[in-house]
Design a protein around this ligand. Structure first.
Ligand code: NAD
Length: 356
């Protein structure tokens, strides 16, 4: 029996997570062996317990096999001191659980090709997986800071640092994902300028020998940015460092034009993971019942595939989402101008019905 910790969070979080839970309950009824537990994170945890990541949530998270998270944040928390802000709940979970491998698929359902700002023929059917290193690199490297020089001028500095072992574990994570997909892995670096990414490339080449069934290529990050908007369908799996991945995964997400459709996963070395939509808590539409629950529902599919090794129910969820899009169901964020729309609950119900 696998234990899933459900953390709805703030804003639209509880609305979209409720629909994903319905999908899980439907699969449970069909024999999926999971147990759900609920917990608090983000602003709602601050309101109830005075901290965005209460100790009891951390205990629950450590004991769980996977976490399903909605989103955190809201304008009412923006004046709190930094350690008490909702995002600290997320960052705390990532670092406490050592979730170093961030998987960000960019999938464009053919039914939504018009939603992209790129020409439909360039993006229709797009299916890329960006694997971003999440707990190292320049966002965490030391020394860091702003100092005053002898002449009085200020100087800011950060450190881009990766140990071989850190590169190796994200590399292995990416090769294993490529094995479950199209068996092509593109490692993105800046090895022509940065020594640390020269080491990155060497380590990728070394471990590639153990994954002979995966074709490894390398690309400089500037070219990768260009190729992503020129011909994104050339990529299967992309692996890269924390900062490059931050930027490239947002660019890739935007190729699809629908933030409400994209799931994500953050995994540890044993495949335990936190699964969440890439979007935030959307305070502008919270409580209106119009948020798109599909990114959260697709996060459940990722959980089944990557943490539980259950690709059959994962495929089932993804097909069900395809089917509701085929039926013409659209929440407002993915509707074409003038197209009729449905609400969060109707969309969730339609996916559950399409699972049958
Ligand atoms: P956002 O992703 O919440 O919203 C951006 C826009 O997309 C909004 O117009 C919103 O209505 C729309 N949108 C987002 N998700 C949608 C959905 N499922 N269905 C329909 N429309 C959707 O980003 P933001 O407005 O910059 O941030 C709002 C809050 O969320 C902030 O407090 C921010 O810190 C937080 N945030 C949290 C996460 C997270 O929890 N992982 C990520 C990003 C931002």
């Amino acid at each position: 029996m696998k234990k899933i910790l459900v953390l709805p969070g703030d804003g639209i979080g509880p609305e979209i997570v409720a629909e994903a839970v319905k999908v899980l309950e439907r699969l449970q009824a069909d024999g999926l062996d999971v147990e759900l537990e609920h917990g608090l994170v983000g602003g709602s945890a601050y309101d109830a317990k005075g901290h965005p990541l209460p100790e009891e949530t951390l205990v629950q998270a450590r004991a769980a096999d996977a976490i399903l998270l909605g989103a955190v944040g809201g304008p009412q928390y923006e004046t709190l001191e930094r350690p008490l802000r909702p995002e600290q709940g997320l960052l705390g979970l990532r670092s406490e659980l050592e979730l170093f491998s961030n998987l960000r698929p960019a999938i464009l359902y053919p039914q939504l090709a018009e939603a992209s700002t790129l020409k439909p023929e360039v993006v229709s059917g797009l299916d890329i997986m960006i694997v971003r290193e999440l707990t190292g690199g320049i966002y965490f490297g030391k020394p860091r800071g702003v100092r005053t020089l002898d002449n009085g001028e200020q100087e800011g500095f950060n450190t881009l640092v990766y140990r071989e072992s850190e590169i190796e574990r994200i590399g292995r994570s990416a090769f294993e994902i490529a094995q479950k997909r199209g068996r092509r892995l593109c490692s993105v670096d800046k090895a022509n300028v940065l020594e640390v990414t020269e080491l990155w490339r060497q380590v990728m080449l070394r471990i590639a020998k153990e994954y002979a069934d995966v074709e490894l290529t390398h690309m400089y990050v500037d070219n990768a940015a260009m190729q992503l908007v020129r011909a994104p369908k050339q990529f299967d799996v992309v692996v890269t460092s924390n900062m490059f991945g931050d930027i490239l995964s947002d660019a890739a997400a935007m190729l699809t034009g629908s933030i409400g459709m994209l799931p994500s996963a953050s995994l540890d070395a044993d495949g335990k993971g936190m699964y969440e939509p890439i979007h935030g808590s959307a305070p502008d539409i919270a409580g209106q019942g119009v948020a798109n629950p599909l990114a959260t529902i697709l996060s459940v599919a990722m959980m089944l595939r990557y943490s539980f090794g259950q690709s059959e129910p994962a495929d089932r969820i993804e097909s069900a989402v395809g089917r509701v899009l085929d039926q013409g169901l659209r929440t407002p964020d993915i509707a074409a101008e003038g197209q009729a729309t449905v609400g969060t609950v109707q969309m969730g119900d339609a996916v559950v019905a399409a699972l049958a």
